[in-house]
Write a protein that binds this ligand. Structure first.
Ligand SMILES: NC(=O)c1ccc[n+]([C@@H]2O[C@H](COP(=O)([O-])OP(=O)(O)OC[C@H]3O[C@@H](n4cnc5c(N)ncnc54)[C@H](O)[C@@H]3O)[C@@H](O)[C@H]2O)c1
Ligand SMILES: O=C(O)[C@H](O)CO
Length: 328
């Protein structure tokens, strides 16, 4: 008798090729209209699924998990960050969690560089000046930004994306500094000519650009607190393509408004999808709607990872991208 296919509930619309393959392999319940699930729909999903495929927009917290059915054995996140899932509670209930690391590293690093170039070089202001007809021709003193060549970049979280950003920034002539939970391997430090700062505070005080690449965990919530933001130089820039919660957003806004920081490039926000209207009013920021990993190639590869994780788990093996509480 043929093995019963697992019931896989997918909370958002995925690339066509991924959904087609999922339908072939699993008893897949898709979200055709792409509207994010309500809390009640999430509860219904965890009650009835063998496998849940959520995304960053779904909050799989202890209250949702407490209502999970006995069949739910895997949450295969369509995403790298797992701060949308209470991994500890899932683990305690015998539910495995996987994510999609690696396949969005280069895309997110590219977007980080786009922000790192856009803010000091005033790309958004220049585009709107041109579009509004304000441009009257070249001028020696108009629309001047700041050079990034020769500047110091401080990376917080020297993992996959942090290192990919460091490689790019080095090619742009920046010197690489980093703070991480652990010092990275000697070969990587040598390749990047990177300086390790055990003290985040000391690093912050010396950087021209600070870029955030650590995950959002209880330990990193408001890692860039009001106190730490004040350590930054007045002419420093902050870039964040990791998670909004890592920066105290209100404190950042106050400093940008007061001119105590040169500018910020943000792809992520503390209360997504809400964006503080005070941010949008500032001229020295570039804001993106969480699109760091938004490439067609990356999204298909994320889907492939999800499928491999589910298939491997259903075949009785350890899924390749299992996330354990000890890793957070
Ligand atoms: N904007 C986007 O679309 C997008 C896309 C992909 C990933 N992300 C975010 O980027 C994050 C990083 O992804 P990654 O693949 O590089 O992860 P990674 O695990 O490879 O790297 C994270 C690094 O942060 C370090 N770290 C963790 N806690 C720390 C702490 N308290 N202090 C200092 N360093 C700490 C880790 O040691 C690790 O080196 C993800 O967790 C996700 O939130 C965003
Ligand atoms: O963590 C991630 O994967 C991104 O933020 C969303 O794709």
């Amino acid at each position: 008798m043929a093995k019963k296919k697992p019931v896989v509930v997918v909370t958002r619309k995925l690339p066509e090729v991924v959904e087609t393959r999922m339908r072939e392999l699993f008893e897949t319940r898709l979200n055709e209209n792409d509207r994010p699930f309500s809390q009640a729909e999430l509860v219904e999903a965890v009650r009835t699924a063998d496998v849940l495929v959520p995304t960053v927009t779904d909050r799989i917290d202890s209250s949702v998990l407490s209502q999970a059915g006995e069949n739910l054995k895997l949450i295969a996140n369509f995403g790298n960050g797992v701060d949308n899932i209470d991994v500890v509670t899932a683990n305690n209930r015998g539910i495995n969690v996987t994510n999609t690391p690696g396949v969005l590293t280069e895309d997110t690093a590219d977007m980080t560089m786009a922000l790192m170039l856009s803010v000091p070089r005033r790309l958004a202001t220049g585009i709107s000046a041109l579009e509004s007809g304000e441009w009257a021709g070249w001028s020696p003193t108009w629309m001047l930004g700041h050079r990034i060549w020769g500047k110091r970049l401080g990376i917080i979280g020297m993992g996959r994306i942090g290192q990919a950003v460091a490689r790019r920034a080095k090619a742009f002539g920046m010197s690489i500094h980093y703070h991480n939970r652990r010092r990275v391997a000697d070969e990587i430090e040598e390749e990047l000519e990177a300086t390790y700062w055990e003290s985040l505070d000391q690093m912050l005080a010396r950087m021209d650009v600070v870029s955030v690449h650590c995950p959002h965990t209880p330990a990193t919530f408001h890692l860039l607190s009001a106190r730490r933001l004040k350590l930054l130089k007045k002419d420093a820039y902050v870039v964040n393509t990791a998670r909004g919660e890592v920066i105290d957003e209100n404190a950042l806004i106050r400093m940008l408004e007061a001119g105590d920081l040169a500018g910020a490039g943000l792809d992520v926000f503390e209360h997504e999808p809400a964006v503080n209207p005070k941010l949008a009013k500032l001229e020295n920021v570039v804001l993106l709607p969480h699109m760091g990993s938004a490439t067609i190639e990356g999204r298909i590869e994320m889907g492939e990872k999800v499928i491999i994780n589910i298939k491997t788990f259903m075949d009785g093996h350890r899924p390749p991208d299992r996330v354990l509480p000890s890793m957070l």
